[in-house]
Design a protein around this ligand. Structure first.
Ligand SMILES: [Zn+2]
Length: 386
C-alpha cells in the first residue's frame, strides 16, 4: 500500500511524504504553506504508573511535595494487584491514544523486598510489548538504597528482573557516602540509574552535583538520568553554571517535569506562587546537558490533572520556560529515547512510518490550538480514535 501526506511542515520546510507500507518512502520539498506538522512518536522518560489515577480517593490535606507524599502513603493499602493493574492499564491506554512509543515508569520500592507493584507493572510491560515499550525504574529512599544491609538485595532483584536502579535524594544526611554505595551497586550489577533529586527550592539541595561527580568518577555517562533538580532554579548562578558544565561533561541527562513541579513547588494555602519550580532549560541546553521532558504524576496527589499527553507537557514547558516552540521537540522524542537506551526515531526515507500529524501549519499554531486535529500513525496505518 502506498499513500502520501501532502504539505507537511518539517524542520522549516514544506514536504510531500509518501508512505510505503509500514515505512516512510520518498520525501520531496514542495512549494506553498504547510497544512500539518509531523513529529516522531514521543517517549516519556518519567511517569509513575503505580500512583496514577487515585486522586479521587486520596486528595492531599496539605500542599506541596510532602503533603502529596503523606496522601499517597495513606492510599498504599488499596494497592492490590487488580487495583494496580486497572490504574496502570488506564494510563497506558491514554498514552497509546496520545501516540507514545515508549515510557519509563518509576515504581515505589520502600524496603528490601520487591513491592507487588513491581511485578504487576512487569506484567503490564509484557502485555504492551510491541506497542509501547515500558521500562521500570525502582524508586527507593536514598537512606534505604544506600544502606549496606538493604541496597544489595534491591539491586540484585532489579538486575534479575531487567529494571533500572534509582532513588529519591533530598538533603539526606551523609549523602555522598550513601550515593557512592548506590553507584557501586550499579557498577556491580551493570545497571542504569535514574534519580529523583533536589525536588525542592532549598538552595542547599545539591544532590545533583553529587550525582554528576559520581557519574564522572565511574565513567557512567549516558546511563545516568536525573529528574527534577528544581533547586538549579534557585541556587547561586555561578554554582549552577559550574555544575551544568560538569553534568554535560559527565553525560548526565536531566528530565524537567513542568506539570508536577509547577504544581508542587512554592505551593502554600491562600498564597499565589512566585517561583516556577523548574530547572533552567535554556541554560542547561546551552551548557550541553541533554534536557528531557516528562509527565511525572498524572491524576494523583502530586499532580491532580493530566492524561499522558506529551504535547500537553510540551506546551507547559514552552509557556513556563519561554521556549521557541519549534526548537525543543527533541525533549519529547530523540533525547528521551537516547536516555532510555532506545533507537532514535526519525522522519526519513526507509524509517518506520510512526509519527504524529497535527493539522496546523507550524509549531506556534500547535501551541496556540490545543484542539487542532491530531492523528497517530503506527507502521504506516492511521490509529483509530478511542
Ligand atoms: Zn517522579
Amino acid at each position: 500500500m502506498s499513500a502520501a501526506l501532502e504539505a507537511v511542515h518539517l524542520n522549516g520546510q514544506t514536504l510531500r511524504i509518501t508512505l510505503d507500507g509500514a515505512r516512510i518512502g520518498a520525501i520531496t520539498p514542495v512549494a506553498g504553506p504547510a497544512q500539518a506538522v509531523i513529529l516522531p512518536l514521543p517517549v516519556d522518560p518519567h511517569v509513575h504508573l503505580d500512583k496514577t489515577h487515585v486522586i479521587d480517593r486520596c486528595p492531599p490535606a496539605a500542599p506541596g511535595l510532602f503533603g502529596a507524599i503523606a496522601a499517597i502513603m495513606a492510599d498504599v493499602p488499596n494497592w492490590t494487584a487488580d487495583d494496580l493493574r486497572a490504574r496502570a492499564e488506564r494510563g497506558m491506554r491514554e498514552a497509546w491514544a496520545n501516540g507514545f512509543r515508549a515510557i519509563r515508569t518509576h515504581v515505589d520500592w520502600p524496603a528490601a523486598q520487591a513491592p507487588l507493584s513491581w511485578s504487576v507493572l512487569g506484567e503490564v510491560a509484557q502485555d504492551w510489548a510491541g506497542r509501547i515499550t515500558l521500562q521500570r525504574a525502582a524508586l527507593t529512599a536514598l537512606d534505604t538504597l544506600g544502606d549496606p544491609a538493604i541496597g544489595p538485595q534491591i539491586a540484585a532483584e532489579v538486575a534479575r528482573t531487567g529494571g533500572v536502579l534509582g532513588c529519591f535524594i533530598y538533603r539526606n544526611d551523609d549523602l555522598a557516602a550513601k550515593l557512592a554505595r548506590v553507584f557501586d551497586l550499579a557498577r556491580a550489577h551493570d545497571l542504569w540509574l535514574d534519580f529523583h533529586v533536589d525536588e525542592g527550592l532549598d538552595t542547599e539541595a545539591t544532590g545533583f552535583d553529587a550525582i554528576v561527580a559520581q557519574t564522572a568518577r565511574h565513567g557512567m555517562g549516558g546511563r545516568v538520568l536525573c529528574g527534577h533538580a528544581c533547586s538549579l532554579g534557585t541556587r547561586p548562578e555561578a554554582d549552577v553554571a559550574r555544575v551544568m558544565a560538569q553534568a554535560a561533561q559527565a553525560g548526565v541527562a536531566l528530565t524537567i517535569l513542568p506539570t508536577s513541579n509547577g504544581w508542587l513547588q512554592d505551593n502554600s494555602p491562600g498564597r499565589s506562587p512566585r517561583l516556577r519550580g523548574m530547572a533552567p532549560m535554556q541554560e542547561l541546553r546551552a551548557a550541553g546537558v541533554a534536557v528531557l521532558l516528562g509527565a511525572d504524576n498524572v491524576r494523583d496527589p502530586f499532580y491532580p490533572y493530566g492524561s499522558y499527553d506529551a504535547l500537553d507537557i510540551y506546551r507547559q514547558a514552552v509557556l513556563g520556560q519561554h521556549l521557541a516552540p519549534a526548537d525543543w521537540l527533541d525533549t519529547i522524542t530523540a533525547a528521551p529515547a537516547r536516555a532510555l537506551g532506545l533507537p532514535e526515531a526519525r522522519i526519513a526515507p526507509g524509517e518506520a512510518a510512526d509519527f504524529l500529524l497535527i493539522a496546523v501549519p507550524d509549531w506556534a499554531e500547535a501551541i496556540s490550538l490545543p484542539r487542532a486535529a491530531r492523528q497517530v500513525f503506527r507502521a504506516g496505518a492511521l490509529q483509530p480514535e478511542r
